[in-house]
Design a protein around this ligand. Structure first.
Ligand SMILES: [Zn+2]
Length: 681
């Protein structure tokens, strides 16, 4: 073979030999140290093939080496005495390749594991920061809404005028001819609004004419509603008195709304949210159909700030923009807070529904409607009367929660009393029930009947039991979680614990904390002992920090059903430890996690919370601390009022039927829960 003859292409073995020879050159020492001949042969195959073609010397050397007759011309990198056989070299090579592959696999596995760890860490961080940004966004919205409401209160001239108006009216109140009115309590508006006094004094000292000013304000602030029978119109029926129609919350609990109408004056007592099977926040059952035509709603009188009584008011004010909103002073403070929270919840639900593809998933109201409705609120102190068109409204304390009221509606010489939610047992956080003489012998008593079928154990005994149980757990170094509704029960429990166990640390978390602050503000304004927060009873500001450091005491948190809210986060923390306890204090419906927890109460087990399962080792107990009158309490109210007729609302139909039978047996006159008009007489 000469240099001119084309070379036969090298076999893989020859190519490897060629690589070994090339690498054995002194000039290749650096490369040889960094690689193996196998890898060099694989990576530099092109170069080696060109060398093979162009160098007869290389081909010869490979041929001689392979046959064992010759050695490479340079001896600098020659193998030692005995060269291993081809098979041995191949085995060695394969072993080397195997070891290398194993090493590489080990490295990659390690790298993959580290990457997986990093992904987990990053995902957790991402979730945490998403959660924080959600929290921050909600806090920002709440703060913005609170600011809106405060600035509206501070800058609303109509609100200021209304307060002056009521003060003047209160000062110039004329007695009506009804002898029952003469004993009406007539709360002094100046006590409820001390800030008005200097204004009145200013008017006096400027030689102002109170009477004239009152007339001007009457004209400005009391809208002229169309009369029932305009001059010249043919009267088709004799108006005998106000008509009453339960539009919602009649034979159910939720969506309370009672229409009282006389002539063209329509007043709603309550406009609550209803939760039905399909949606969480809907209008009172008959509100839209019954009021589809006819005169606008002139006012909504809100008995108390619970959502099933006042939660639909912003939607009512949107639909009838002139509607006034009347309630007690404390309810006036609480309603905007509840509406803000509901608006945020409704927005979250609507977002969820949109994500599931529902196109028309709009929240019933938002921040704008909450602001408008908040501006429409007029606080009406207990015992003071305000005219609304042909009707006239008065509130009295109903003992259910802070600010809760019953309503006396008068018109055409008739009186209707709506009890609202009522409690005859004294509570620390609520003005006790006080029925004014104006409720006596009312034509119709519209009465709640939540517990008309029940006889409660004495409240005092129940409170004693709760206090003793809390003390036991805390003295043994444990923590107690009490899930409670945001408005009413949470504050009542905190007030009870702090009055009986003054050294016990108590945390209030969630909306219950915001409400507790309102209790405090209201306590200050009325000099009542209702300040919930103190050195020992604190609001949770930084939940993560509190969870790490709060080791002994009581946590009161929303939601009472363990369906959501911070109570779920605390339950996850508290339930797995046998030193702790969870005390259920409110009603639990069929599918509430709180109900399932009670079913576990005898033995330990696993509870499914909204964010996943949790092991239950803590003690679980139930305490009945209701804020509704039981059968005995309701009968006491009836005996005091002695109404001509009674309509039961806000209860379960079957229980109402039994209670109506009892009333008839006693000689009372219960009527059906349906549209009512006074009998002609
Ligand atoms: Zn209520």
């Amino acid at each position: 073979m000469t240099a001119m003859e084309p070379a036969t292409p090298p076999t893989p073995a020859q190519l490897l030999r060629a690589a070994e020879i090339v690498l054995s050159r002194p000039a290749m020492a650096g490369v040889a140290a960094a690689t193996s001949p196998e890898r060099y042969a694989a990576e530099q195959e092109g170069i080696l093939r060109r060398l093979w073609d162009g160098s007869a010397a290389l081909r010869r050397t490979v041929g001689a080496w392979d046959s064992g007759r010759a050695v490479p011309s340079s001896s600098s990198a020659l193998p030692g005495a005995r060269r291993p056989s081809t098979e041995e070299r191949q085995v060695q090579r394969l072993k080397g390749q195997l070891a290398e592959a194993k090493e590489r696999a080990r490295l990659y596995r390690g790298r993959a594991e580290r990457a997986q760890d990093e992904v987990t860490v990053l995902r957790t961080r991402l979730e945490e920061s998403a959660e924080r940004s959600r929290e921050a966004e909600e806090t920002a919205t709440t703060v913005a809404m609170e600011r809106d409401i405060l600035s509206a209160r501070a800058n609303d001239p109509v609100r200021a005028l209304r307060t002056v108006h009521r003060a003047l009216r209160s000062a110039a109140a004329t007695r009506s001819s009804d002898p029952r009115d003469s004993a009406a309590p007539g709360t002094d508006i100046l006590r409820a609004h001390p800030s008005v006094r200097p204004l009145l004094e200013l008017i006096e000292s400027a030689g102002g004419d109170r009477e004239g000013l009152l007339k001007t304000l009457d004209a400005l602030l009391v809208p002229d509603l169309p009369r029932a029978a305009p001059a010249g119109a043919v009267e088709t029926s004799v108006v005998t008195g106000p008509r009453v129609v339960p539009l919602g919350g009649g034979t159910e609990i939720g969506g309370s709304c009672i229409l009282v109408e006389l002539g063209d004056t329509r007043v709603l007592v309550d406009a609550g949210i209803r939760n039905d099977d399909r949606a969480d926040h809907v209008a009172p059952r008959l509100l839209d159909t019954e009021l589809a035509s006819g005169p606008p709603v002139a006012a909504v009188v809100v008995t108390h700030a619970h959502n099933d009584h006042g939660g639909w008011v912003p939607a009512v004010v949107r639909r009838w923009p002139g509607a006034r909103v009347l309630c007690s002073s404390a309810t006036a403070e609480l309603l905007p807070l509840m509406w803000q929270d509901t608006a945020q919840l409704m927005r979250r639900r609507a977002d969820e529904r949109r994500r599931w593809g529902e196109r028309s998933a709009d929240a019933p109201y938002g921040r704008a409607e909450v602001n408008v409705a908040s501006r429409a609120i007029e606080d009406l102190p207990f015992g003071f009367r305000v005219p609304i068109g042909d009707l006239d409204i008065e509130l009295f304390p109903a003992g259910h929660i802070l600010g809760s009221a019953g309503v006396v509606v008068r018109g055409a010489g008739r009186r209707i009393v709506v009890s609202g939610d009522v409690s005859v047992e004294r509570q620390l956080g609520a003005e006790p029930l006080s029925l004014p003489v104006t409720t006596e012998e009312t034509d119709l008593l519209v009465m709640e009947s939540t517990c008309c079928d029940a006889l409660h154990m004495s409240r005092e005994a129940m409170v004693e039991d709760l206090v003793r149980s809390v003390r036991e757990v805390c003295e043994n170094g444990g923590r107690v979680l009490i899930p409670a509704t945001a408005l009413g029960r949470a504050q009542e429990i905190a007030l009870t614990l702090s009055s009986r166990l003054p050294d016990l640390p108590v945390l209030i978390d969630g909306l219950a904390g915001n409400v507790a602050e309102t209790y405090g503000r209201h306590a200050e304004a009325t000099a009542a002992e209702r300040a919930v927060l103190s050195d020992r009873v604190r609001r949770v500001k930084d939940r993560r920090a509190e969870q790490l450091t709060f080791r002994q005491g009581v946590v009161v948190s929303t939601a009472g059903t363990l369906r959501g809210g911070p109570a779920v986060i605390w339950a996850r923390d508290i339930l797995p430890d046998p030193a702790n306890a969870l005390f259920i204090c409110g009603y639990q419906d069929e599918d509430a996690p709180g109900r399932r927890l009670l079913e576990l109460a005898d033995g330990n087990g696993t509870l499914d919370l909204p964010d996943g399962p949790v092991e239950v080792r803590a003690a679980v107990r139930q305490f009945q601390l209701g804020a509704h009158a039981d059968r005995r309490g309701l009968l006491r109210v009836i005996d005091e009022v002695q109404p001509h007729e009674i309509m039961l609302v806000h209860g379960r139909e079957e229980a109402q039927r039994r209670f109506r039978r009892l009333l008839r047996e006693r000689g009372d006159c219960p009527v059906d829960t349906a549209a009512w008009s006074p009998a002609h007489s």
